[in-house]
Write a protein that binds this ligand. Sequence first.
Ligand code: ADE
Length: 417
Amino acid sequence: MRIDIVTLFPELCQSFLGASILGRAADKGLFEAHCHQIRDYTLNKQKQTDDYPYGGGCGMVLYAQPIADCLREVIRQCEEQGRPRPRIVFMTAGGQPYNQQIAKRLAKCDSLALVCGHYEGIDERVIEAFADEEISIGDYVLTGGELASLVVADSVLRLQPGVLAEEQGYQEESHWDGLLEYPQYTRPEVWEGRAVPPVLLTGDHGKITDWRARQAHARTAARRPELYKDWCLRHPLRPRRWKRSERAELIRTDAAWEAAAAIYAEAWQGMCASLCTPAYVAEHTPDHMLAEMKADRAAGWAFYLHSTAGVPDALVGVCHKTGEIGRLYVRQDARGRGIGALMLEFARKKLPEHPAPHLFVLDCNLPAQALYLRMGYRWEGVHKVYDPAENPDTVQFCRELKMVYAPTKNEDKTSGN
Ligand code: ADE
C-alpha cells in the first residue's frame, strides 16, 4: 500500500510514520508513505497558502490551487508506479465519523491520499473537485488535520499484512467485529493488592476464551450500548439443543407454582434493585409473585417451568389471547447455559396461532434485549415510561419497550424454522 499525506507539516507526519512499528514495517517495504508540503505548490512569491474567507469571518482558508496541484502530483506518481488513482480523503471536522469499519475498507485500497486542512478550513471547491470522502476522527475541532490523518494512517497501516507480529492481534482487538476488547493483565500476579482474575492462571484455554468473551460482551453492553445492539443484530443466535436432563412443563402442581414464583421473585428483585425503592423491591416476595401469576393465568396466560435434572431453573409465560411472551426468567446460578434462548424459542413455538409474538423489556435490561435481538425480535416502540417524578416506587427513569418477532430471512434459517 502507498499512503500520501498532503500537509503544511510534512516533517511532523513523517516523524510519526518513521517511528516504532510503522517505521520498521516501512523499512521492510510493507508499505510506502510520502508526506508532501502544500507550500511547495504555491504560485505566489511569498509562498502564501491561505487567505481571508469570502463573506468575512475569522480565521484563514487554505487556497484550492496548491492542494489541487499537490494532489495532481500524487496522482501522477501513483500512475508512474502502475498504481490505480489513489482514494482521496480530506480530514475535516465535518466529515463522516471515523471507525474501524472505515479503517478496514480503506486498508483494502492500493493507495490512499490524506489531505490535512489548517486554520479555518479549505476552499470548498478543491474538496468538491478531488474528495472521494471526508473523514472526522471525532466530535471536537483540532487546529489542523495532521493528527487526524495520522490516526487514519496508523489504523489503516496496522491492518496491512505483516505489519503486526501476529495477525490474530488485530482480529481480537477493540472494535473488531464491533465488540470492545476484554481486559488484559501481565506480571506480577498481584500488583498493589490487586490480583489477576484467577481463570487466567488456570491454563484452561476453553474457560479463558469464555471468560474473555463474557468480559467483552459485558463491557460493550455497559460502555457502548449502541455498539452492542448493532453487534446483536449482526449475530443471530440459534438456541442450543435440549439436553436429556432438561424438561419444560406446563405449571400445574403447587410445587411447580412455588418453584416458579421463587425464580421469578429472585430474578425480578435482581433486575429492579437499582430501579425501584428498596421497600417496593422487598414487596415482591415469592408469595406476591405467585398471586400475580395466578391472576395472569385467569386472564389467559400459561406458564412453563424448565428444570435440569429435576431441579427447576427457569420459567416462561405465553398468552394465547394476545400473542405475548413474558416472565422469561432464569435462576441466577443457571445463567450462561443457553436456557433463556431455549425457553424463548419454546414459548414462541407454543404460540403457532401468532406468527409475530411480542414481548416487553426494560430499555436498561441490555442482557435481555441482546437475547431478544439475537433471536429475531425487533423494537416496535415505547410501551410505558417509568418516571420517578410520577411514580414514587421508581428511582431511575426507564422505559418499557415493545419488541416483536420479525426475523430477517437469514435469521429464520438460523433459528431452525
Ligand atoms: N480537522 C479539525 N478537526 C478535525 C477532526 N475532528 N477530524 C478530522 N479533521 C479535523
